[in-house]
Design a protein around this ligand. Structure first.
Ligand code: 5GP
Length: 201
């Protein structure tokens, strides 16, 4: 597979990475397209098929794993599988786009390892785990049990931040949006991300 650049935003659920990714997608000069993941989790709230996710059954998901159709996949939460289809990235690269991902930390680091030169991996850091809890409750799209499951995972995810190319602190949304914009503008304009070290060669 070859083509444009890959920009990954990973973070614990509720950190604001989706808001940042949506903001960047509204900037035509960045030439970004969103990588729509496949998931076995049920559709939520106002989400749309083919826009937010491709909603498939667990059985279909497992068949895609068997067929080696995924660039990466993860059982992010128990029985909730998420994955990036190779065909999705190929399609967007064929359109001449840079591909932006909103995926979990393990998946994000996996893509960075496969495409070190083409990838900018950004970790979005929330102010605290307590603040995450407040944000997830405000969102009120999930049950208390599901929220607790996401919070429990957050500490493990926060520990992976140093493995990313860069960390954006989302303590103030406008500041985080501007920081993300500057970072991604510079990356898409460059031949190769200048902060990448020799270990990525
Ligand atoms: P949500 O259920 O809130 O939409 O997503 C749960 C988590 O799964 C989020 O951290 C989201 O970024 C992540 N996720 C979404 N798509 C993918 C994917 O294709 N691969 C991986 N590894 N994680 C994903």
């Amino acid at each position: 597979m070859e083509g444009g650049k890959l920009i990954i935003f990973s973070a614990p659920s509720g950190s604001g990475k989706t808001t940042i990714v949506r903001h960047l997608l509204n900037k035509p000069e960045l030439n970004l397209a969103f990588s729509v993941s496949a998931t076995s989790r049920p559709q939520r709230g106002k989400e749309e098929e083919g826009k937010h996710y491709y909603y498939i059954s667990l059985k279909e998901f497992k068949q895609h794993i068997k067929n080696d159709d995924f660039l990466e996949w993860e059982e992010v939460y128990r029985d909730n599988f998420y994955g990036t289809l190779k065909s999705e990235v190929e399609r967007l690269w064929a359109e001449g786009k840079n591909v932006i991902f909103d995926i979990d930390v393990v998946g994000g680091l996996r893509i960075k390892k496969k495409y070190p030169k083409e990838t900018l991996a950004v970790f979005v850091k929330p102010p605290s785990v307590d603040e995450l809890k407040i944000r997830l409750k405000k969102r009120s799209t999930e049950s208390e049990e599901k929220i607790n499951m996401r919070i429990a995972k957050a500490s493990v995810e926060l520990a992976t931040a140093p493995q990313f190319d860069t960390v954006i602190k989302n303590y103030d949304l406008d500041t985080a949006l501007e920081e993300a914009y500057q970072l991604v503008s510079k990356f898409v304009a460059s031949d190769k991300y200048e902060n990448k070290d020799a270990s990525n060669e």
